[in-house]
Design a protein around this ligand. Structure first.
Ligand code: FMN
Length: 174
């Protein structure tokens, strides 16, 4: 299998912590990259991607933070006309189901939509069982579009969630 690029933002919090856990558990070649300052032309060096984000609670990230790194990354992809056609992407999202039960891990759907718009194939959907929330933008049918992680309330569940998810997505990577 080709090397995986795990791209994450923001730096220094729970997303980074989860990214490091994923790196530790992953049995394939993986580059873990914090996206601030990342040159989007390097996307072409990979076929397989894992993207990690957190939800910050606004309608969209442009409203939340003008300098949001993910927003900047996708603007750059568009501006440089980089196609993610034939690239495989899986998404994980940090959230807090106790404090934000109506918007649990909403941001994963933003990433999915941006990746699809750039031509990527998004994999890695995950059942809603085992989480306690009311609503989420990141549900399609009866599945999350990626893997939700809640380091605020269930840090002990992160690794047990990561392991089977990683196995599932790496089976579909090329
Ligand atoms: C201002 C603020 C808004 C948040 N809004 C949401 C939200 O809408 N949905 C959610 O699931 N989590 C929400 N969270 C929780 C974070 O996503 C969660 O704490 C996450 O682990 C943060 O990861 P990070 O520190 O790497 O950004 C919010 C946190 C903060 C501080």
């Amino acid at each position: 299998m080709n090397k995986i690029a795990l791209l994450y933002a923001p730096k220094g919090g729970s997303v980074e912590k989860a990214a490091k856990k994923l790196e530790k558990v992953c049995q394939h070649d993986i580059d873990v990259i914090e996206i601030a300052g990342f040159d989007v032309r390097n996307l072409m060096n990979y076929e397989n991607f894992i993207l990690g984000c957190s939800t910050v609670g606004a309608e969209n990230w442009e409203d939340a933070e003008a300098d949001n790194e993910w927003d900047a990354l996708f603007h750059n992809i568009e501006e440089k006309k980089i196609s993610l056609k034939d690239k495989i992407v899986a998404i994980f999202g940090l959230g807090n189901q106790v404090l934000y039960p109506d918007h649990f891990v909403d941001a994963m759907m933003y990433l999915k939509n941006e990746c699809k718009a750039a031509g990527a194939k998004v994999i890695g959907e995950w059942p809603t069982d085992g989480y306690d929330f009311t609503d989420s933008e990141s549900i399609e049918g009866d599945h999350f579009v990626g893997l939700p992680l809640d380091e605020d309330n269930e840090p002990n569940k992160t690794e047990e969630r990561i392991r089977p998810w990683l196995e599932k997505i790496t089976n579909e990577m090329k």
